[in-house]
Ligand binder design. Structure first.
Ligand code: SAM
Length: 248
């Protein structure tokens, strides 16, 4: 199945941009994913091709018009009805690796890119549009966020990454940051690669990596660590409950 990406944007010339090179670029040439960058302005309804207007209630900036946005979304839904529609917005649900994996396993995605002050809120009530944020920062437009989301999906498509395990061992895949990596030279400015990684003992290496992943997650991302340990406590108590229910 080819992953079909549609991007609704005022700047289609920004695509494929960085997705035209390296893994994503090769994968596109091989037909593993397709890209349709659609100009939102083509759905304007007046002779000036207006896409925005002043905010109701006053204030700075301009707001993307709902009649124009809905026409653009309807066009994308008609072409790829099974693909979820995602609007990039700092007001959205923070993007996670779990959501990226779900998207990558599906038929594709339609991404709506905002500009100016963003979208007329009624688009979210009137169309099946999921609001997604790429972090607690404000970009000038949704295009860079869309590129990020697509990059994260494309690398997970079957056959895109060299070794399939390089995807499943990454940070966030099991709720933890990944363990640190080293490569030659063995010694650099007096710093050596940890002995265990040169031991050839695979069990010891796996144990060291697991420990490092846990320590680094706890120190760098207490939020992730809390969720991870909470999930483990929950699943252990869930298992205990299940055993009890089954009289074990
Ligand atoms: N007025 C909006 C607010 O304060 O929530 C910010 C609008 S921003 C200047 C313009 C566009 O950039 C947004 O409509 C959105 O498409 C995109 N954008 C900015 N920050 C983003 C983020 N953290 N995640 C996803 N998209 C973002």
């Amino acid at each position: 199945m080819t992953f079909a990406a549609t991007v609704l944007t005022l700047y289609p010339e920004m695509f494929p941009g960085p997705l035209g090179v390296s893994l994503a670029g090769r994968a596109r040439e091989q037909g593993k994913w397709t890209l349709d960058a659609v100009q939102i302005r083509d759905f304007a309804i007046d002779k000036h091709r207006t896409v925005d207007d002043t905010p109701a209630g006053g204030g700075a900036g301009m707001v993307l018009r709902v009649d124009v946005l809905s026409a653009a979304v309807d066009h994308a839904l008609a072409n790829n009805p099974a693909a979820p529609v995602i609007a990039m917005t700092p007001r959205g649900k923070p993007l996670t690796q779990e959501r990226v994996r779900e998207l990558a396993e599906g038929p594709g995605v339609t991404i709506l890119c905002g500009r100016f002050e963003g979208f007329d809120e009624r688009i979210f009530a009137g169309r099946p549009v999921e609001e997604v944020s790429i972090g607690d920062i404000v970009l000038s437009g949704g295009e860079c966020a869309a590129l990020m989301l697509l990059d994260a999906c494309i690398r997970l498509l079957p056959g895109v990454m060299g070794a399939p395990s390089s995807g499943s061992e990454e940070s966030f895949e099991n709720g933890l940051l990944e363990y640190p990596h080293y490569t030659r030279p063995v010694e650099w400015e007096g710093r050596t690669i940890p002995e265990v990684l040169r031991s050839g003992d695979h069990a010891k290496i796996a144990a060291w990596r697991k420990h490092q992943a846990e320590v680094d997650t706890r120190l760098r991302r207490p939020d992730l660590w809390e969720r991870h340990t909470g999930a483990r406590v929950q699943s252990a108590s869930g298992a205990r409950r299940e055993n009890k229910d089954q009289g074990q």
